[in-house]
Design a protein around this ligand. Structure first.
Ligand code: NAP
Ligand code: ZN
Length: 355
């Protein structure tokens, strides 16, 4: 039997070369375990851009039409009969995952981001309706309550939306690699993820150094909590930091030279990639061998850790610095994102979708 659906408004792209445009999509009527959310704000992640343009086709090809968006904050409008954690009127949030198998060792450990059967919020296999899942550039979404997060009520909602991806993706590896007092921490790329990493590094008490290709972001980096700023195209400025970092978080979306950052690590220092450039990056072996350096990566974070991150943000009053836009400006925002010109996350005011 076909599951009952309703029509939701959304913005989608029809192909890798198409602009995003207004459309309607089917959403399932909430089942017993579902929460229906009216979306108030949705952040624009560079992953949305990579996916719409099918830049990750070698790894996860895009199915069209695509409705992107995985930084979702809204208000609960309806809940299924078995839902315990939410009621209509509550604030709620959804990040990059809407489901997982819940039985594998990763799910049992609360690390759903490693589940081989997790379901991404968009372009993932939709178990309920077939086809692929549709994301947050929409007026509503229906999600199993286990994948719905609580939002601290003191946070600005437009600025809270980006915490659901940019926030958790930087918070999780910083915790894993013990960022804190007495640690020298680098952040490469001052975009959506990078600026959250600066805020978290500062709140955790580390000495934070920002590496940027954009000299005009220097003042902002300091205001956001950086202790020092290096313009990475200046070789002399880079050299001053040789062999001195405990940890560097690389949040760059495009091809760049990792070797110049590996050389800045101290003994046993680590670089974690959260940025996901479409093309492979070249590494000189000796930049890892000397100093016993390590290079790793990290995907988003589990549901429990995402909730922990949201509580941390509530306590420290941390949100993203956002440029709030109506959905009608989404294509312009994508153009600017591709030029590293966003201060520091676009957050779509979804009320504009009603217009
Ligand atoms: P963003 O806002 O566009 O920021 C990327 C920043 O990278 C830019 O602001 C720029 O910073 C720097 N950059 C861009 N092009 C560069 C180049 N050619 N050379 C050197 N630096 C360059 O993007 P975002 O939303 O933060 O996402 C960053 C990356 O993380 C994307 O690849 C995204 O897909 C990925 N991501 C991964 C995960 C995960 O789970 N691992 C989650 C979310 C996103 P400056 O102007 O300061 O140089
Ligand atoms: Zn994202």
């Amino acid at each position: 039997m076909q599951r009952p659906t309703y029509k939701a408004k959304a913005y989608s792209a029809a192909s890798a070369k198409s602009a995003l445009a207004s459309t309607t999509i089917p959403r399932r009527e909430p089942t017993d375990h579902d929460v229906q959310i009216e979306i108030l704000f949705c952040g624009i992640c560079h992953s949305d851009f990579h996916s719409v343009r099918d830049e990750w086709s070698d790894f996860m090809a895009t199915t069209y039409p695509i409705v992107p968006g995985h930084e979702i904050v809204g208000r609960v409008t309806e809940v299924g009969s078995a839902v315990k954690k939410f009621k209509p009127g509550d604030l709620a949030a959804v990040g990059c995952m809407v489901d997982s198998d819940r039985t594998c060792p990763h799910c049992k450990a609360g690390l759903e981001q490693f589940c081989p059967n997790f379901v991404l919020t968009y372009n993932g296999p939709d178990k309920h309706l077939g086809g692929v899942t549709y994301g947050g550039y929409s007026d509503s979404i229906v999600v199993d309550e286990e994948f719905v997060l609580r939002v601290p009520t003191n946070l600005n909602l437009a600025g809270a939306a980006p915490l659901l991806c940019a926030g958790i993706t930087t918070y999780s590896p910083m915790h894993h690699w013990n960022v804190g007092k007495g640690k020298k921490v680098g952040v490469v790329g001052l975009g959506g993820l990078g600026h959250m990493a600066v805020k978290f590094g500062h709140a955790l008490g580390a000495h934070v150094v920002v590496f940027t290709t954009s000299p005009n972001k220097k003042e902002d980096a300091l205001r956001l909590g950086a202790d020092e700023v290096v313009v990475s195209r200046n070789a002399d400025e880079m050299k001053k930091h040789n062999a001195s970092f405990d940890f560097i978080l690389d949040a760059v979306s495009a091809d760049h030279d990792l070797n110049s950052y590996l050389r800045l690590l101290g003994r046993d220092g680590n670089i974690t990639l959260v940025g996901a450039p479409p093309k492979p990056l070249a590494i000189a072996a000796f930049n890892l061998i000397m100093g016993r350096h390590s290079l790793s990566g990290s995907p988003i974070g589990g549901i429990a850790e995402t909730q922990e991150m949201l509580e941390f943000c509530g306590k420290h009053n941390i949100t993203a610095d956002v440029e709030v836009i109506p959905i009608q400006k989404v294509n312009e925002a994508y153009d600017r994102l591709s030029k590293s010109d966003v201060k520091y996350r676009f957050s779509i005011d979804m009320a504009s979708l009603k217009a």
